[in-house]
Design a binder for this molecule. Structure first.
Ligand code: FE2
Ligand code: FE2
Length: 157
C-alpha cells in the first residue's frame, strides 16, 4: 500500500516534474529532439500547477492559516502572474526565434530561474507551514485530492 503523503511532498514532486521536463528539453535542443513540443508541455505543466494552486491551495491557505495565509496566497498569485506572462511571451516566440535560438534559450533560463526561486520558497516556507496547520490527516487528504484533480487535467486523454 502506498504510504500517505503530505501535501507539501505532492506539490514538491509536481515541481520536480517540471524540472525533469526542463532537463529533457535541454537534452533535445542539444541532440535535435522535439524541443518545441517539450517546451509546450513544460509551459502547460507550469500553467496547470499554478492554476491548481490558485483554485485549490489558496482557499486552504485562507481557511487553515487565516490572515497570514491570505497574504501568502496573494504573493503566490502575483508571482504566478509574472511567470505565466514570461511563458506566454515565450510561446509567442516558438514559431519565430524558437527553441535553440539565443533569445529563446536566454528567456527560458530567466523564466526557470524565477520558477526555481518561487518553488524553493514554497517548499521551504509556505508548504511546511500549511502542512503543520492542516495536521497529518488533513494534509494527506488534501494531497489525495490534489492528485485526483491533477489526473483530470492531464494532457493525454
Ligand atoms: Fe506557487
Ligand atoms: Fe508550487
Amino acid at each position: 500500500m502506498k504510504t500517505q503523503q503530505y501535501l507539501g511532498e505532492v506539490l514538491a514532486s509536481d515541481h520536480n516534474e517540471v524540472y525533469q521536463l526542463h532537463r529533457e528539453y535541454l537534452e533535445s535542443v542539444e541532440k535535435g529532439g522535439p524541443s518545441q513540443q517539450i517546451f509546450l508541455t513544460l509551459a502547460w505543466s507550469v500553467g496547470r500547477h499554478a492554476m491548481m494552486e490558485e483554485a485549490f491551495i489558496h482557499p486552504l491557505l485562507h481557511r487553515a492559516i487565516g490572515s497570514q495565509g491570505v497574504q501568502l496566497a496573494e504573493i503566490d498569485g502575483n508571482e504566478h502572474a509574472g511567470i505565466k506572462s514570461m511563458l506566454l511571451h515565450m510561446s509567442s516566440m516558438v514559431s519565430t526565434e524558437g527553441p535553440g535560438s539565443p533569445e529563446f534559450e536566454k528567456a527560458l533560463e530567466t523564466t526557470m530561474g524565477h520558477l526555481r526561486r518561487h518553488n524553493d520558497s514554497e517548499e521551504s516556507a509556505d508548504l511546511p507551514l500549511l502542512d503543520s496547520h492542516l495536521g497529518a490527516e488533513g494534509s494527506a487528504q488534501a494531497a489525495g485530492l490534489f492528485e485526483q484533480i491533477k489526473s483530470t487535467m492531464s494532457m493525454e486523454r
